[in-house]
Design a protein around this ligand. Structure first.
Ligand code: UFG
Length: 326
């Protein structure tokens, strides 16, 4: 049985990955400092509360457990905040991540898996975005992820470790089992905010910009279900462990506009959703759609929750359960 250390395993995507690795026969160790994570999301594997930048904690963790793989999710991920406070992002997503990588190298870890992002591509020159699209991030968040990808490439060239880089598009939906899902504070993501408006936790949803060069004037994104993301992590980790370093995009290959997301939420919830049309949010590209052809062809991965309604159905079930008393 292989042991995987999942950093950020109490978070939205990390907790789903912990479940997927555990269900696929891995021993799971979760490391999370609970700044953004939720302790109750750690339901698969052992939990260690702590920081990826804490060298002495990492030393004891790696000596107590024989870690075969690290799957690294722990990161700050508010794009707007990263512009206002870049050093927070470089410190956590880069410097502390390097501390973690050093410990992995010292302790003979075979695979270092990394949650990267479509934000490393910057403004796309072509759609759908393939893995070979040039990388030109323009926010500190995107750059912190890109720089760490570069470090991983160098590490794999020079040391006995392989990388598995996964570049996500818009993670969405909730675990169909209903035990884990999206709960960020503050919440900035479209789907949970739309569901807040549906459940009257918030008075309305504001559309950030209706004058984009898209069919309905609102931004188009590629929403990928978190369970599909998690399954891809296991496949990619296995391929990397057995064969070679890998880089894969993870998206649905379908784009949906902000208005389409709101319309789907109206259908799924049966609720009225009050919409306000606002100004553009700085830094939002009009259209981001990923090509996941590479992971489909090479690893046989296929999204189970490709339809937007299905994604929102799982998010709504979770949302009602999680927030019914709030
Ligand atoms: N949006 C609104 N109103 C809101 C919130 C969002 O109209 O209240 C719009 C945004 O402008 C955007 C779309 O909904 O067009 C999706 O926005 P999200 O904030 O949900 O997601 P992003 O596409 O901005 O961000 C995602 C990931 C980031 C990643 C980024 C890459 O969450 O981690 O994609 O661009 F960096």
């Amino acid at each position: 049985m292989k042991t995987v250390l999942i950093t950020g395993g109490a978070g939205y995507v990390g907790s789903s990955a912990a479940k997927a690795f555990s269900e696929n026969g891995y021993r799971v160790i979760v490391l999370d400092n609970l700044i953004y994570g939720h302790k109750e999301f750690v339901q698969w594997g052992n939990f260690i509360e702590g920081d990826i930048g804490d060298t002495s904690l990492l030393e004891s963790l790696f000596s107590n457990y024989k870690i075969d793989m690290v799957s690294h999710f722990a990161a700050f991920a508010y794009v707007g905040e990263s512009v206002k406070n870049p050093r927070k992002y470089y410190d956590n997503n880069l410097v502390k991540a390097l501390t973690l990588l050093n410990q992995a190298l010292e302790n003979d870890v075979k695979v270092f898996q990394f949650s990267s992002t479509c934000a490393t591509y910057g403004n796309p020159t072509h759609i759908p975005i393939t893995e070979s699209h040039r990388q030109k991030p323009f926010t500190p968040y995107g750059k912190s992820k890109f720089f760490f990808e570069e470090i991983l490439r160098d590490a794999a060239f020079s040391y006995n470790i392989r990388f598995s880089i996964l570049r996500y598009f818009n993670a969405a939906g909730a675990d169909p089992g209903g035990k884990i899902g999206e709960d960020h504070t503050p919440e900035t993501h479209l789907i949970p905010l739309v569901l807040d408006a549906a459940s009257e936790r918030r008075p309305h949803i504001e559309i950030f910009g209706t004058d984009y060069d898209t069919p309905d004037g609102t931004c188009i994104r590629d929403y990928i279900h978190v369970t599909d993301l998690a399954a891809a992590h296991v496949l990619a980790a296995e391929k990397t462990y057995d064969a070679e370093s890998t880089i894969f995009n993870l998206g649905n290959g379908n784009g949906f506009s902000v208005r389409e997301v709101i319309e789907s939420a109206r259908t799924v919830t049966g609720r009225n959703i009050h919409v306000i049309e606002g100004n553009r949010r700085e830094g939002d590209p009009a259209k981001l759609i990923g090509s996941s052809a590479k992971i489909m062809t090479e690893l046989g991965w296929k999204p189970k929750y490709a339809s937007l309604d299905k994604i929102i159905e799982t998010a709504w079930a979770w949302h009602q359960k999680r927030f019914q008393d709030h």
